[in-house]
Design a protein around this ligand. Structure first.
Ligand code: 6PG
Length: 242
């Protein structure tokens, strides 16, 4: 597996550098294939990235080639402050010209089990398959202080062996229902990038990169793309214990 770690001086520099990298990927692929599939991450860390893409790159990227998906979603309506789709719409999607059919949101307002199934079918329709599972061009991921990623939480490593594309999960603290990609979809992507910033993440980052035994409980430790590249974009605070 091709693994790279890049450390930046601030959350802004991290977001700016990744925005450039992501835009270059889209421009490169736009000429060789008819769609570029991206699964966005949620939480607070990617907000700056989506904002920069919406403000600096709205006119200069062939967004009509991009199909946006979400690697996980909170089971809330899109106008809810917790909605990952809602955040990306406000920061990015409402700022760019992109056909609405290219925006594949998880309907967090619907029945979780039914939506996990429906969304899996939609993913299968719009992505290429590799080894019988969907293969995204790019998946963005965050990292929780407990080592979770997407909505795969500690104690649920079985989601890395699941044959499903999406499954329903429950946030261990809030009991909030989530819909999440399974581990095999994460590990089937051509490129996976973790975006991690802030002092709160320093301990989990240290444990993961120093191969601490505790990291064996962290779902993020099992993100090992089979065919693809794994890149970590970390800011100085999150990397302060490395
Ligand atoms: C979510 C995410 C989740 C997130 C981490 C980090 O829906 O919450 O997809 O996996 O990436 O919890 O969240 P922060 O960026 O807010 O620290």
């Amino acid at each position: 597996m091709d693994k790279t770690i890049k450390i930046f001086s601030s959350p802004y520099e991290l977001a700016e550098k990744f925005a450039k990298e992501m835009v270059n990927m889209i421009r490169k692929y736009a000429n060789v294939k008819n769609s570029f599939t991206i699964a966005l991450s949620g939480g607070s860390t990617p907000e700056l990235l989506y904002q920069i893409l919406g403000e600096k790159y709205a006119e200069t990227v062939p967004w009509q080639f991009v199909h946006f998906f979400w690697g996980d979603e909170r089971c809330v309506p899109p106008e809810n402050i917790e909605s990952n789709f809602g955040m990306a719409r406000n920061k990015l999607l409402s700022k760019i010209e992109i056909p609405s059919i290219n925006i594949h949101r998880i309907k967090g307002e619907d029945d979780p089990e039914g939506e996990a199934e429906r969304y899996s079918e939609e993913i299968a329709l719009f992505t290429i398959k590799r080894g019988g599972m969907p293969s995204f061009d790019l998946i963005l991921l965050g990292l929780g202080e407990d080592g979770h990623t997407a909505s795969i939480f500690p104690g649920h490593l079985d989601l890395f062996d699941s044959d499903m594309i999406c499954e329903v999960a429950t946030h261990p603290a809030t009991r909030q229902k989530r819909i999440t990609f399974t581990g095999r979809v994460l590990n089937n992507a051509t490129a996976v990038t973790f975006l991690v910033s802030g002092k709160k993440k320093a301990d989990v980052v240290k444990k993961m990169f120093k191969n601490d035994a505790l990291a064996l409980n962290y779902p993020a430790s099992y993100v090992v793309p089979v065919h693809g590249r794994l890149t970590w974009f970390i800011d100085r605070e999150a990397g302060s214990l490395l």
